[in-house]
Design a protein around this ligand. Structure first.
Ligand code: FAD
Length: 411
């Protein structure tokens, strides 16, 4: 078998296989997954599915018949264990091997583990896979005292579900604020405020030094300050590491992800990398290397590589998009910040609906919207078109942002 072999049957891997078929690719397409499931969506795992409001069947991105109908050879529970670039061959855990004309890494990320957590302890969970979400969902039902370690998107989404279910939640964060690595101070502050209004207690600039158990189950979390917080459920949500070891072992460059060029190609022209595992040059910023973790990025990068493989090469250049549900707020982000931007408020940050326009010099680089869908939709278009409203225009909620787009079209 040759054709395209895709490693990783997640959001990016499935999209690549589907896009190849949509674009008329006629050779073999093989999708290799190490999980026992057909490709499923991860975002609901920390939101509606975790809350029990979406049935499991809704998570799967395609019906089982889809793969045969589209001639996609899907191999579940069969991790790729080695890549031989000279032979153009991938070895699978089952002992089988596949040969490829083109190989695509879509191996995603795995959760970072806390150094102080040794081995397994009942009640200490993390969240990435469907199995993780099943376990966490069941645990939230019976837990009385929940500690979330890490105030990032996922940890705080889980905290939202837990407080909605009436549980007590304490969040321990090593940094000084909520969502500190991903949003501005203003959004961080409103997210904290709304979580606190639901009873969440935050401990910032605090490190967890030990997790204690009795009879094999968690009983407390110990902080650097010496405090021991009683807990019967601990969610460890302290970031991820890219699954790039296989690529590194095959001699490909790896630096916080599998290094690719503007076309998402590794230094081996027969191998690409897409989605959460890919470190790529961000076109809007003179090629600063970034690795993004979002559905939009996974889907658009998959489409970009499928187009290249089918003869329409183009550099990857999409506006990054993210969303998150936080304590009753819908957070949407268009663009990418790196922390040195100046923020312009549109709307009232003391309320629960406003946007933060983030500027580097006079250039708009990102817009974070809290429950303001129209701003988000206009921001996507402005960033895509490279149009920056003046700071005065951005700050004036009465100013029609779409008028700038109309002007650009007319020009
Ligand atoms: C709980 C949760 C909530 C999220 N919420 C949002 C959200 O609200 N919005 C948003 O934009 N993004 C969200 N994300 C992120 C989003 O799901 C990811 O960015 C997206 O899934 C990335 O797609 P991917 O294909 O690169 O990786 P994944 O979907 O993670 O797929 C990678 C797959 O490759 C497999 N794999 C790894 N190594 C091998 C190997 N050697 N052989 C075979 N298979 C292998 C992995 O097990 C996995 O199944 C969320 C993620 C999680 C975990």
């Amino acid at each position: 078998m040759s054709g395209v072999v895709v490693l990783g049957a997640g959001q990016a891997g499935l999209q690549l296989a589907s896009s190849l078929r949509e674009l008329g690719y006629d050779d073999d397409v093989t999708l290799v997954g190490d999980e026992p499931f057909a490709p499923y969506q991860r975002p609901p795992l920390s939101k509606a599915y975790l809350a029990g409001s979406v049935p499991e069947a809704m998570l799967f991105m395609q019906e089982p018949a889809y793969f045969e109908q589209h001639r996609i050879a899907f191999r579940a529970s069969n991790a790729a264990v080695a890549v031989d670039r000279a032979l153009h061959q991938v070895d699978l855990a089952s002992g089988a091997f596949l040969t490829y004309d083109h190989l695509v890494f879509a191996t995603g990320t795995r959760n970072r583990v806390l150094p102080c957590v040794e081995g397994e302890m009942a009640g200490v969970l993390s969240l990435r896979t469907l199995d993780d979400a099943r376990n966490l969902s069941a645990a939230i039902v019976t837990a009385e005292r929940i500690v979330v370690i890490g105030a990032g998107f996922l940890g705080l989404e889980a905290a939202t579900v837990a407080t909605t279910a009436g549980r007590q939640v304490r969040v321990i964060e090593a940094g000084p604020r909520a969502l500190g690595r991903v949003v501005s101070q203003a959004v961080s502050a409103v997210v904290r405020r709304e979580h606190e209004a639901r009873g969440v207690r935050f401990d910032f600039s605090e490190a967890v030094v030990a997790i204690h158990g009795s009879d094999g189950a968690v009983s407390a979390v110990e902080l650097q300050s010496g405090e021991r917080i009683p807990a019967d459920l601990v969610l460890v949500s302290v970031g991820v590491v890219p699954n790039s070891e296989l690529a590194a072992a095959a001699g490909l460059a790896v630096h916080n992800g599998i290094v690719v060029d503007h076309h998402l190609q590794t230094e081996d022209p027969m191998i690409s990398a897409i989605g959460d595992c890919a470190a790529f040059p961000f076109a809007s910023e003179d090629g600063r290397t970034v690795r993004l973790e979002s559905v939009q990025n996974a889907v658009d990068q998959a489409r970009c590589v499928a187009e290249r493989i089918t003869g329409k090469p183009a550099a990857y250049d999409q506006v990054p998009l993210f969303w998150s549900d936080q304590a009753g707020l819908r957070l949407q982000i268009a663009g990418l910040t790196r922390g040195d931007e100046t923020a312009v408020m549109r709307g009232d940050p003391d309320g629960t609906a406003f946007s933060v326009f983030c500027y580097r010099d006079d250039r708009l680089v990102a817009v974070e919207s809290v429950s303001r869908l129209p701003d988000h939709m206009q921001a996507r278009k402005l960033l895509r078109a490279g149009i920056s409203p003046t700071r005065e225009q951005a700050a004036d909620p009465g100013f029609e942002l779409k008028s700038l787009l109309a002007l650009a079209v007319a020009a």
